[in-house]
Design a protein around this ligand. Structure first.
Ligand SMILES: Cc1cc2nc3c(=O)[nH]c(=O)nc-3n(C[C@H](O)[C@H](O)[C@H](O)COP(=O)(O)OP(=O)(O)OC[C@H]3O[C@@H](n4cnc5c(N)ncnc54)[C@H](O)[C@@H]3O)c2cc1C
Ligand code: FES
Length: 521
């Protein structure tokens, strides 16, 4: 099995099964550019495209193919109905920020539609309604409070309706969000990457960036020792690879699971989410409460329903089969017209302590910009990143800059509590150095599986490939030395601290780490 360089996990997502990914060749010489964008996911490609549209000379660099990161593992709802509810954004950042939040996500959907029309992209873009409903035991009062917050945020077209269409969902209250949208993210990225090249931009895939040095001219150094020298650098690697600590203490990685099931009848496309605000869910100490998100998508054989959820802090659960089984049960109950599972996979989202992404100038830098902390709204946050960063580089005012400023601080108790809880959780992961290993020896590890073993005071990550050969690495994450854990769902080594992930052969897939796990003889 080969994962590194192709995709960010062993499972093939619906998008990966139904589209190709854009690739070129790696960077093999020193080059210059107006702007170098690092990371070719939704955020990086959008930024590079919008820069190229302004006749900027861009270099777009990615370790893998275009769309090989989390953009290939999304569910691609395009919504202004953000995951971190408006009532909660209002509580944490105030009414003005909630309004800007709504305005920017609405503008991002419009921008995607504009680009789809401009480039005539065949990526199944369609405007659809979205429905937010209550799980059993959910609070109608809470949902009505959210409706009031939505109206205060300027989303006055959101309304209470009697029922959720097409699905067998009973809910005491439902909100309808008109003019949301959906698309095929990899078909969209492929067209944008081609348009960047057509406008004279350069795309280098299979090129890992190791270092980004700020200055009047930013220097970006690759693992092969090549340099891109540019007027500005944009780090769009999902989790920034240029920041060791500051940003990583303000956001946390969560795994999320998705299944697709074949739909057996004609259906009107729509988006659905539950609030998951039951009393039981509210007891969860850190992170987003568990919830479900659903949409339809079409392949050559017809429609599938795509259902996601079952989130947990990355590296901190091993029961993925049960999580998929729960998603399947939930889907069969709520969409009783489904047949077999066609695809299943998992991915990782970055959750910030106040629910809003960090997009803008990297703290302490002049010409380096970052885009991260997109939570479950990375399609719109990634598009906002493109729109905002292009303005910042061009020296133009942008009303969203303050809201998304990576340096923003809020001392609201609810944000401070989340910050403290998330960082205490990271500190607790260091206990792995002293706890016994899941397996006593490599003999217990079956083909296709991995485990962390103890060797005296050392922790060793051991993977046995399908032919029985053992591959051994130091289990110490090269970012800040947490101990990685085996993820049997995606056959990866996941760091439970700040989001680094490595394939079964120790090759880094996700930042903040830039280097592989060290091989041990
Ligand atoms: C299961 C799931 C469901 C989701 N559902 C939705 C949804 O419905 N709607 C929504 O809006 N969002 C959703 N999201 C979130 C969204 O998919 C992500 O936030 C978004 O795709 C992130 O885009 P990105 O460009 O920041 O990162 P990525 O797509 O991960 O791109 C980052 C790129 O950086 C590259 N890279 C990393 N390190 C280096 C390096 N050192 N050198 C060179 N390149 C490097 C990687 O190879 C990668 O291609 C979902 C996410 C998941 C996991
Ligand atoms: S990601 Fe920070 S220690 Fe691993």
């Amino acid at each position: 099995m080969q994962t590194s360089g192709e995709r960010a996990g062993a499972n093939v997502s619906f998008w990966e099964r139904t589209a190709k990914k854009f690739t070129t060749g790696p960077l093999t010489e020193d080059v210059t550019a107006d702007v170098c964008v690092i990371g070719a996911g939704l955020a990086g490609v959008t930024t590079a495209y919008l820069l190229a549209r302004e006749d900027r000379h861009v270099a777009l660099v990615d370790d893998g193919p275009v769309g090989g990161g989390m953009t290939g593992r999304t569910t691609a709802h395009l919504v202004n109905a953000v995951d971190d509810r408006y009532s909660s954004v209002e509580k944490m950042l105030g009414e003005g920020c909630a309004r800007l939040h709504a305005e920017s996500h609405t503008a991002a959907i419009d921008k995607i539609e504009e680009i789809v029309n401009e480039l005539k992209i065949d990526c199944n873009f369609e405007r659809v309604d979205g429905y937010l409903f209550l799980p059993p035991g959910g609070s109608v009062k809470e949902l009505m409070r959210e409706l009031e917050a939505l109206h205060r945020a300027g989303l006055r077209e959101v309304e209470r309706v009697d029922a959720v269409p097409c699905a067998k969902i009973k809910s005491d209250a439902v909100l309808r969000f008109p003019r949301q949208a959906q698309f095929h993210p990899l078909k969209y990225l492929d067209a944008l990457a081609q348009a960047i090249v057509a406008r004279g931009g350069r795309v280098f895939t299979g090129t890992r960036v190791m270092k980004i040095k700020d200055g009047d001219r930013v220097k970006i150094v690759t693992s092969d020792g090549c340099t891109v020298t540019a007027g500005a650098g944009v780090v769009a690697t999902n989790c920034p690879i240029n920041d060791r600590f500051v940003i990583h203490s303000k956001q946390a990685p969560y795994a999320s699971y998705v299944i697709c099931m074949r739909v057996t009848r004609e259906i009107d496309h729509a988006l659905f989410w539950d609030t998951a605000l039951t009393a039981e869910d509210e007891k969860q100490v850190i992170g987003p409460v568990p919830y479900h998100y659903c949409r339809f998508a079409r392949d050559e054989e017809g429609d599938v329903v795509m259902v996601g959820g079952q989130d947990h802090k990355s590296g901190q659960a091993q029961d993925f089969e049960q999580r998929f089984a729960k998603l399947e049960r939930w889907t069969r109950e709520h969409f009783p017209f489904v047949a077999e599972i066609t695809d299943r996979w998992s991915g990782q989202v970055m959750e910030t302590v106040d629910g809003v992404a960090y997009i803008g100038r990297n703290p302490g830098d002049t010409n380096v910009f970052i885009a991260t902390g997109f939570s479950g709204n990375g399609m719109t946050h990634g598009t906002i990143a493109g729109m905002l960063i292009v303005d910042l580089i061009g020296g133009r005012e942008n009303g969203w800059a303050k809201l998304y400023d990576p340096e923003r601080k809020t001392l609201k108790p609810v944000v401070v509590a989340d910050y403290v809880a998330e960082n205490a959780n990271v500190a607790a992961q260091f206990r792995d150095y002293f706890t016994p290993s899941a397996a006593k020896s490599a003999d217990e590890i079956k083909p296709g599986k991995g485990a962390v073993l103890r060797d005296g005071m050392k922790k060793i990550a051991v993977y046995r490939d399908e032919s029985g050969t053992l591959h051994t690495f130091s289990a110490v994450c090269p970012h800040l030395a947490c101990v990685v854990r085996w993820d049997d769902c995606e056959k990866t080594w996941d760091c439970p601290c700040h989001g680094s992930r490595f394939d079964c052969l120790g090759r880094v897939l996700n930042g903040p780490a830039v280097s592989d796990l060290n091989r041990v003889k």
